[in-house]
Design a protein around this ligand. Sequence first.
Ligand SMILES: Nc1nc2c(ncn2[C@@H]2O[C@H](COP(=O)(O)OP(=O)(O)OP(=O)(O)O)[C@@H](O)[C@H]2O)c(=O)[nH]1
Ligand SMILES: [Mg+2]
Length: 458
Amino acid sequence: MKNDTICAISTPLGISGIGIIRLSGPETYRIIEEIFVPKKKTKKVSEWKTHTVHYGYIMDGEKIVDEVLVTIMRAPKSYTREDMAEIGCHGGLIALKEVLNLCIKKGARLANPGEFTLRAFLNGRIDLTQAESVLEIVNSQTEKSLEISLRKLKGEFSEKINKIREEIFDLLTNIEAKIDFPEEEDVSSYSIDIKRRVEKIKEEVERIIEKAGKGKILYEGVKASIVGRANVGKSSILNRLLKEERAIVTEIPGTTRDILQEVINIKGIPVKIIDTAGIRKPKSKIEKMGVEKAIEWMEKSEMNLLVLDGSQRLKKDDEILLEKIKEKAYLIIINKIDLPLKLKVDYLKRNFPEERIVFVSAKTGEGIDKLEDAIYRLICEGYGKIESSEFYINVREEELLKKIRDNLKNITENFDNLSIEVTAEFLKESLKNIDFITGRNFSQEILNNIFSKFCIGK
Ligand SMILES: Nc1nc2c(ncn2[C@@H]2O[C@H](COP(=O)(O)OP(=O)(O)OP(=O)(O)O)[C@@H](O)[C@H]2O)c(=O)[nH]1
Ligand SMILES: [Mg+2]
């Protein structure tokens, strides 16, 4: 199966500027030879130089299918390390499908999701963390998370993991020699040295888990709900943050009935903002459901932004929300500062830290930049300094790293009571988990799990 030739449409299905069909495998050049008629026919496809582009027509017998550019990438200098070609078609869906069917007719097989990347992994071009980073690149929502995923693809994360592997491996060799030849050295200084080395490796693993935790926020983002009484300007604030008129704004209280979610980018962090229905005595069944949902969202979000209308005195509903908002990370936004201030700000300042209160006017845009800063600071409070994050680790990698950490901890915490053989077993277990991270050791199940998340053609 590994040796057949696969093909797929690698660009989105639909009308586009161009569409690309990818081929990979030993039959690639024979298939191109049979379906492609270059404008300048000088050499056979199998003699073309690697990384060259050729202009011509895809032909089905006498029938022209599309005018294309064919790019050749010869093994091992290709994404999959196999012979590869990319056919750049005009972006019409019918032509793309026809070219694809022609490739299949000539012996290629339609690729499974992520199969090109799977081959890159199986052929040793990238390890499993790098393969996963490809998916992370595709799913990145901000420049910062893209940068982090690209660093992982380059192998920075693998490098760290491999260094830890080397250290554990070295330690294990050392210990095994000791098991075989027990009386050669002074035992006590020897065990102090082992303990110190395990401690150091454990600290390094902990550091990776901690640093990656910060990367996680850049990749997965934060959920924040905008809540408040009806008509205080929640949807207007969302529109300001989005820099577009996304939510419907009217002077009628109860405008937002259903929940609206949009992702905004705050200094590289994707923040999913949820605009909720205003809280007030519901006038209709639909509105009542909206209000209930708003409270539900407050509970589900990582942070809540409570909007108050600065041109009015505090109402009972505001007070209820001011109480509820304290349950997790929050900001209090005083809106409509373009109007005369009637809200008792002193009262708020007495009861809430000053850095949690932001003054804005969604109408004029004043204070919106300060609101963005305040959201960013709130995220940093919860997740540490984001800029220092080096990489993102996914759930699979995190679970394995935690297993390794716990294994090493078992050694250091019980060191005096452990026999040298048991210590060796713990180290072997750590090594096994490291190999699961990088894919030096893998099961079909792990691969299926990872690559089924990819799209076809990647
Ligand atoms: N003067 C002034 N008016 C504002 C400001 N922000 C919003 N408004 C007005 O207040 C009214 C309500 O705004 P929305 O954004 O729909 O308020 P909301 O909180 O989403 O309301 P519901 O969805 O009904 O809960 C509209 O008429 C807005 O134009 C502001 O900063 N200053
Ligand atoms: Mg609204």
